[in-house]
Structures are given as C-alpha cells and as structure tokens.
Write a protein of this length. Sequence first.
Length: 61
Amino acid sequence: MYKKGVVIEIQFPPGRLNDAAGDPYWIDLTLDEARRLHDQLAARFARDARANQPLDTFSIE
C-alpha cells in the first residue's frame, strides 16, 4: 500500500517476523540481505529524489 513519502516497501513472509520479545516487532536479516537492502537504498538516494518516483520493493524469503 502506497503512502506519501514512502520510498521502499519491504515484503517478507510472516514467519520472518520476530515477535518473541513482544512489541516492537522486527525482522532479522542475514548479512547478505542487509547488504542487498543497503545497496538498494544507496542507489535510490544517489539519484535525484522526486516525489513521483515509483516505489522500490525489497523482498526477502
């Protein structure tokens, strides 16, 4: 779902949500996933940011 000011959507299966500690929840990323997410964000912000850019999607299994 698009919201104003959002630049990336992270998609993950429900089993990846770490809710063992209660609120707040988080998603554990592997080192490779963290690097891929960092690279995607760095590339996004290296360009000229505009309000009408399409939303980037980052998916993890």
